[in-house]
Design a protein around this ligand. Structure first.
Ligand SMILES: Cc1ncc(COP(=O)(O)O)c(C=O)c1O
Ligand SMILES: N[C@H](C=O)CCC(=O)O
Length: 424
């Protein structure tokens, strides 16, 4: 038995399913999860000392690659001053100034500890501002695990066999309405059926939790128009896309401004951080200015802020990072189209996905058509050859500045081998 197997057996005795987040359990690919002991640049190393080229990047935060010296040194400096004060710090001011300076629609921003918290709080702010209860989300989009968001959710929920999660009271889910991604008519219909009752429409501007699904031309602008016409707030969940698809995120890339935006992952550089922000008049409803209550003992933690600030400053000062990961994304998608005949290849910038269905994949239903048993065989083939990708069809493949053209060519070549092996 290898060390990962041993650790998994121990873990299962004391942690539900042996993991602290379900997708990590490798359940949908029928394997024992690898326990990771360290990571550097584009490589991660498991407890048995095996090296893998990593295309998960901690699910997005590691846009510069693992263990980047600029981030590591900032953390080391911050740690020397103490781990947490439960009081305001200069780091938080700098972080807020940086985010507001990067994203025109964000006039005020509040730091929290995860993407889940960011979304939950943004939704509360939208409800407080509009004095309405209902919310529109899209099937297959994932916005963390707060009760109201576990309705037709993406990510691990798509493979868990509990599409809407047990334990969510019907009263919490009742106000969550679901529309189809890339289908403006389905949103129009919900507005028509619920006049004056919808507080917000929340969307992943590029859906990256049902595999990767790009917004069709006009979809995001159409959502902007529908929200304006109906007095609802438009919330972009940029937990994955923020500071990844451009420094100003999906809003910059697609030229659409949201009323509220949520962040996580990259702004924490690997530390547990989230944030929500947006128009001043909405964010001024948040306590202590307004009556929408939201708080956090560790929010704006100095060590986490130091890590996030170091990464964001580096990104702001090195636009060539975006040029590099964009070009890697294009190269990988081209390689996959050649390597994987009959499969849909999707993505935007440094997010990519290979769907085991011919596609086109445009929403939850078409994503769900993927052959997950075949995906599991593909995943195992890659893992055996030292390539670590997300252990589920319904996740993204993340590229970082540490990846090279050689890495993505090797990945495409390995996938081509898988397809050849399958034929024989
Ligand atoms: C788009 C999106 N929103 C929200 C979340 C929730 O973030 P967290 O896992 O940090 O709570 C995630 C990822 O998990 C995500 O991908
Ligand atoms: N899709 C999720 C985040 O983006 C995967 C991370 C997790 O659930 O552990």
């Amino acid at each position: 038995m290898g060390r990962s197997e041993e650790l998994f057996e121990r873990a299962k005795r004391v942690i539900p399913g042996g993991v602290n987040s379900p997708v990590r359990a490798f359940g949908s690919v029928g394997l024992t999860p690898r326990f990771i002991s360290r990571a550097d640049r584009q490589k991660i190393y498991d407890a048995d000392g095996r090296a893998y080229t990593d295309y998960v990047g901690s699910w997005g935060p590691m846009i510069l690659g693992h263990n980047h010296p600029v981030v590591r040194e900032a953390v080391e400096r911050a740690v020397k001053d103490g781990l947490s004060f439960g009081a305001a710090t200069e780091h938080e001011v700098e972080m807020a100034e940086l985010v507001c300076g990067a994203v025109p629609s964000v006039e005020l921003v509040r730091m929290v500890n995860s993407g889940t918290e960011a979304v939950m709080s943004a939704v509360r702010a939208a409800r407080g501002f509009t004095d309405r209860d209902k919310l529109v989300k899209f099937a297959g989009c994932y916005h963390g695990h707060s009760d109201a968001m576990l309705v037709k959710a993406g990510s691990g929920v798509m493979t868990a066999g509990v599409p809407d999660s047990a334990g969510v009271p019907a009263s919490c889910a009742r106000d969550t309405l679901t529309a189809a991604y890339n289908d403006l008519e389905s949103v129009e219909l919900l507005f028509a059926e619920n006049p004056g009752r919808i507080a917000a429409v929340i969307v992943e501007p590029v859906a990256a939790n049902m595999g990767v699904v790009e917004p069709a031309g006009g979809f995001l602008k159409g959502l902007r128009r529908l929200c304006d016409e109906n007095g609802a707030a438009l919330i972009f969940d940029e937990v994955i896309t923020g500071f990844r698809l451009a420094f100003g995120g999906a809003q910059e890339r697609y030229g659409v401004e949201a009323d509220l935006v949520t962040y996580g992952k990259i702004i924490g550089a690997g530390m547990p951080v989230g944030a929500y922000g947006g128009r001043r008049e909405i964010m001024e409803r948040v306590a202590p200015v307004g009556s929408v209550y939201q708080a956090g003992t560790l929010s704006g933690n100095p060590v986490a802020m130091a890590a996030g600030l170091a990464q964001l400053r580096y990104l702001r000062e090195h636009p060539e990072v975006y040029a590099h990961i964009e070009s890697l994304g294009r190269r990988l998608r081209a390689g996959l189209r050649e390597a994987a005949p009959g499969c849909a290849v999707t993505g935007a910038g440094s997010l990519c996905c290979l769907f085991f269905t011919p596609g086109p994949v445009v929403d939850y239903t078409t994503a769900k058509a993927a052959d997950t048993a075949r995906f599991a065989r593909y995943f195992r083939f890659l893992l055996d050859r030292g390539i670590y990708t997300a252990p589920s069809q319904f996740e993204a493949l993340f590229l970082s500045d540490a990846h090279t053209e050689g890495d993505v060519d090797a990945l495409a070549a390995c996938i081509a081998d898988f397809f050849r092996t399958e034929k024989n």
